[in-house]
Each structure stands twice: as structure tokens, then as C-alpha cells.
Ligand binder design. Structure first.
Ligand code: MN
Length: 242
């Protein structure tokens, strides 16, 4: 056996055979649990409340839902959102977060809620100016949507504790002033429909999150602002812009 062979043999038997150290697995705390919820992917649904579709200049009719993704490591749990680079127009979008404990392909609407582990409250922070430029050019949205810290999120609450909320206030205040108000019963695509539709496009996995869309009232924030928001029956979130 040459020195090289011995080296390869040793590497393949070692458990941690990475050439560089792997990054930590992004994870969310869970109310009432010691263990964390490990996050696999973050899917976001666009224009899922009619009033928000109208404010963004789109037809509120029930077209097929569309999705984009954020990166799992865009999650922010510290409550401090650093104002991002290369933008002058950062918007909040308060959304109910759906956390999947089970996945699959072609999941029927009728059994889709069986995949849900729990729910949370998240912010789909958006560099609206960059998103707008990309829209105009027909380019992907990543630079507007999937940047560091762009997904502040609350702890999750298990569906075993709160059930599957289908109505209830969704709201956001900036510096104590109400900016976004809606009800999750106004979602154009309901949670089971979203899961079913997504599972036809992608193989869903345990650990996937779905940000379910935002009600009307999106707007800009600046450093020093404090965003507080929530979904009735699920939880609340407080994030300072630093
Ligand atoms: Mn959104």
C-alpha cells in the first residue's frame, strides 16, 4: 500500500470526511421543546392575499400560486435585523410560517395538513428596489429576496398544541403604528393547497418551511425602526432594524 492509498483508505473510513468544516444546520426553537427544528428549505409563496396583489399592481384573481425560495441560513433569530447592503428600499412582509414535519411528492390536498409539524411567524424582508429591477429585466429575484438575515422568524409552535389555524388576525406594527392587517382566512391559496401544489413541483422534505404570503400594507423600514407583528393563535415576533 502506498502512502497515498493509506491516506485515501483513512479518509473514506473517517466519519467526518469533509474537505472543509461544514456549516451548521439552520434550526428554529420550538415552544415547549428542548430540541430544535432543523430547516431544510424555505419556500415562499407570492401574492397570496388579494389586497396585497392589488397593491403590487397585479390581478387578485386566483391564478396558480407561484413560489420563490430563501436560503435556510437567511433565518434570523436574534431580533436584530442589520440593514442590508446595496439598497435604499427595504420592505417588511409579515407572514405565517408553515413548518413541515413530513414531506413527499404529489401530496393530495385532503391529507396535506398531516405533513405540518407546526407554525410560526416570519418576516419576508425584501430589497424592493433590487427586486423591482430584476422583475423589469425578467431576471431571478434572489438579490431582492434571499440575502443574509432576510428571514427573521419566531419560535415554532407544534400543531399538536394549537391545531391548524385557518383564520385569525395577521398584523404588523412599525414603531407601534399598525401597518399591515389581514386575516389568514383571506389567503388565496390555503395551506393544504399550497403544500399540495408545491409537492407537485418539488419533493418536499421534513424540515421545509413555507412562508405563506403577506397581507396588504407592505412598506419600507429604516435603521432604528422596531417591527412587531404576529398571527393570532400562533405567536408574535419583534425585530429591531440596526
Ligand atoms: Mn412574501
Amino acid at each position: 500500500m502506498t502512502v497515498l492509498d493509506a491516506d485515501v483508505a483513512q479518509k473514506t473510513t473517517e466519519k467526518t470526511a469533509y474537505v472543509i468544516a461544514p456549516q451548521p444546520i439552520p434550526a428554529l426553537p420550538v415552544r415547549g421543546e428542548r430540541g430544535l427544528f432543523p430547516v431544510h428549505r424555505i419556500y415562499c409563496v407570492g401574492r397570496n392575499y388579494a389586497e396585497h396583489a392589488i397593491e403590487m399592481g397585479h390581478d387578485p384573481n386566483r391564478e396558480p400560486p407561484f413560489f420563490f425560495q430563501k436560503n435556510p441560513d437567511n433565518l434570523l433569530l436574534t431580533g436584530e435585523f442589520p440593514y442590508p447592503a446595496m439598497t435604499k428600499d427595504v420592505h417588511y412582509e409579515l407572514e405565517m410560517v408553515v413548518a413541515l414535519g413530513r414531506g413527499g411528492k404529489d401530496i393530495p390536498v385532503e391529507s396535506a395538513l398531516d405533513c405540518v409539524y407546526g407554525y410560526g411567524v416570519g418576516l419576508d424582508m425584501t430589497r424592493r428596489d433590487l427586486q423591482g429591477e430584476m422583475k423589469k429585466l425578467g431576471r431571478p429575484w434572489e438579490i431582492g429576496k434571499a440575502f443574509e438575515h432576510s428571514a427573521p422568524c419566531s419560535e415554532l409552535v407544534p400543531a399538536s398544541a394549537i391545531g391548524h389555524p385557518s383564520q385569525g388576525l395577521v398584523w404588523l406594527d412599525v414603531n407601534g403604528e399598525r401597518r399591515q392587517t389581514g386575516d389568514i382566512n383571506q389567503m388565496i391559496w390555503k395551506v393544504p393547497e399550497m403544500i399540495s401544489y408545491l409537492s407537485g413541483l418539488f419533493e418536499l422534505r421534513p424540515g421545509d418551511l413555507i412562508m405563506s404570503g403577506t397581507p396588504a400594507g407592505v412598506g419600507a423600514i429604516k435603521p432604528g425602526d422596531v417591527m412587531t407583528g404576529g398571527v393570532a393563535g400562533v405567536g408574535e415576533l419583534r425585530v429591531a432594524v440596526v
